[in-house]
Design a protein around this ligand. Structure first.
Ligand code: HEM
Length: 493
């Protein structure tokens, strides 16, 4: 059952998440404000080579031990926008979780994502999620990455996606109709959607029919959740009983599960992604080894899960807050009716496309992308030594007033002709990243989100718990509404 009463939910959050708890503490707002307005001592990250006309990257270390963690976790892209406005596109901002140069604005994003001279590797991600998502596609580099991506691409063709949509629709229709609770202001949209997207993953990725293999699915889902959470651990050591250690144990459970399933699926037929990956090969006949499939499956499940959950949650909030857009989307859904969905039908939901884009702009599920320089290089005329972490913030670009009219306003029409504000710069809008590592699951994610939202809009009217309600986001990992985002579901019939 997906209703979670608010006090229990908050207590659970408090136990699990130290940063949100600190965030909620009285007085934190004032502390954050003081930190943001303090003038920190600036220093050069490294001196450029003599004779070069490069500038050093200037920056500061913030508070002792904590660096800029408080401002970063509380403010997310809003804080980064302040850095951009004060210091410009390239700045060094220390945080013990990730000492890094921030590369801000669409030009810096383009330089890093397009990675013309192969100066930036994915190694920047390793300390954050490496041990739990070892050899996932996003963590591979250069030729090896291209080799794996070409094979994996075969699991994302239109024919394959059509098979996944069928599975997604079956689970979404069932859960939205039977498990979600109507007329209850305690219904929390974010955890309910997280559960739903995990149910969808069990079916689409692993081939477990809803309601079957209950104990096994629960064990795998729990291991998956523990592994994903471990990346946000504060004490980052493989010693029991810490979260990091629990994440490593859980990863082992997932490895054993997928290794056994790969053996079974190599000789079986099926349209779930695990079976597909067991059979796909690129144009030259290259295939994945058993270990590759295990690593890719664990990563893909993570990549697909919180991102889709976040997008759906932001959409539900804005549709509830903007009933005229909700009605426009519902009218389009009504034209499709309640029959089974396919890709062609979903493509007709064009207003929903605008709402998805606007939701991804306002709350970008992966707010930042991390890279590491493999050699001394330059970025927009600044000197970067080898081994520097570089973080791009597409989510900040999504709020720049020079690119977007009234950036904080929910205004999906900005993505439609003739305005097309997203086309002002190639990297004005990059919620799925760009370059060689651009999200391989982009279309999959859009189809999943549309399927769930279509089923939801056919069944319920979405309402805010009170006019003017807003949820505060925790930016400690992917943006998560701290209160779980209560939304009231009013049955339409
Ligand atoms: C709204 C949903 C989603 C968003 C916003 C999103 C966002 C992103 C972003 C920004 C990246 C690039 C990271 C980087 O450059 O460092 C990425 C990569 C990736 N995503 Fe997604 N994603 C979503 C859904 C999905 C889904 C549904 C899947 C799988 C079914 C998926 C699988 C992947 C994979 C495998 C990569 C790594 C690609 C590579 O390195 O070549 N994503 N995603």
């Amino acid at each position: 059952m997906a209703t979670i009463s608010t006090p229990e939910y908050l207590l659970d959050q408090a136990k699990r998440r130290l940063i949100p708890t600190l965030n909620n503490m009285p007085g934190m707002g004032a502390i954050e404000k003081r930190l943001r307005h303090r003038e920190w001592k600036q220093f050069a990250l490294a001196e450029p080579p003599p004779g070069s006309d490069l500038k050093p990257v200037m920056g500061d270390a913030g508070l002792p031990v904590l660096g800029h963690m408080i401002e970063m976790f509380r403010g997310g892209p809003e804080y980064v926008l302040e850095i951009y406005n004060t210091f410009g596109p390239i700045h060094y901002a220390y945080s013990p979780a990730l000492p890094a140069v921030v590369a801000l604005g669409p030009d810096a994003t383009q330089a890093v994502f397009s990675n013309r001279n192969k100066d930036y590797s994915q190694k920047g991600w390793h300390p954050v999620i490496g041990p739990f998502f070892n050899r996932g596609l996003m963590l591979l580099d250069f030729d090896e990455h291209m080799h794996h991506r070409r094979i994996m691409q075969e699991a994302f063709t239109r024919t394959r996606l059509a098979g996944y949509v069928e599975h997604i629709d079956r689970v979404a229709s069932q859960v939205v109709a039977n498990d979600w609770v109507a007329n209850d202001p305690r219904f929390l949209f974010h955890p309910a959607t997280k559960e739903l997207t995990l149910d969808i993953a069990s079916m689409v990725f692993m081939g477990h029919e809803p309601g079957t293999d209950h104990d096994l699915v629960t064990k795998v889902n729990n291991a998956f959740t523990t592994t994903t959470r471990a990346g946000g651990a504060i004490i980052r050591t493989g010693v029991p009983p810490f979260k990091w250690w629990r994440g490593l144990q859980a990863r082992k459970v997932l490895e054993d599960y997928f290794a056994a399933r790969v053996k079974e699926r190599r000789t079986a037929e099926g349209t779930d992604m695990l079976t597909v990956l067991c059979h796909t090969e690129d144009e030259d006949g290259n295939r994945f080894s058993d270990d590759d499939i295990v690593n890719h499956m664990i990563f893909v499940m993570m990549a697909a899960h919180d991102t889709s959950t976040s997008t759906l949650t932001t959409m539900a909030y804005h549709l509830a807050a903007n009933p005229e857009w909700q009605e426009r989307c519902r009218d389009e859904s009504a034209r499709l009716g309640d029959g089974p969905l396919d890709i062609e039908a979903l493509e007709k939901l064009e207003t929903l496309d605008l709402v998805i884009n606007e939701s991804l702009r306002l709350v970008t599920p992966l707010p930042m992308n991390i890279r590491q320089t493999v050699r001394d290089t330059e970025l927009l005329g600044h000197y970067l030594p080898a081994g520097t972490n570089v973080v791009t913030w597409p989510s900040m670009n999504h709020h720049l007033p020079e690119l977007w009219t009234d950036p904080e306003k929910f205004d999906p029409a900005r993505f439609a002709e003739p305005r097309s504000e997203h086309k002002q710069h190639r990297y004005a809008f990059a919620p799925f990243g760009g370059g060689a590592h651009k999200c391989i699951g982009m279309v999959f994610g859009q189809l999943e989100v549309k399927t769930v939202m279509h089923r939801l809009l056919r069944q319920y009217r979405l309402e805010l718990i009170h006019p003017g309600y807003k949820s505060r986001l925790d930016y400690g990992g992917m943006p998560v509404p701290m209160d779980g985002m209560p939304i009231v579901l009013r049955p339409l019939r």
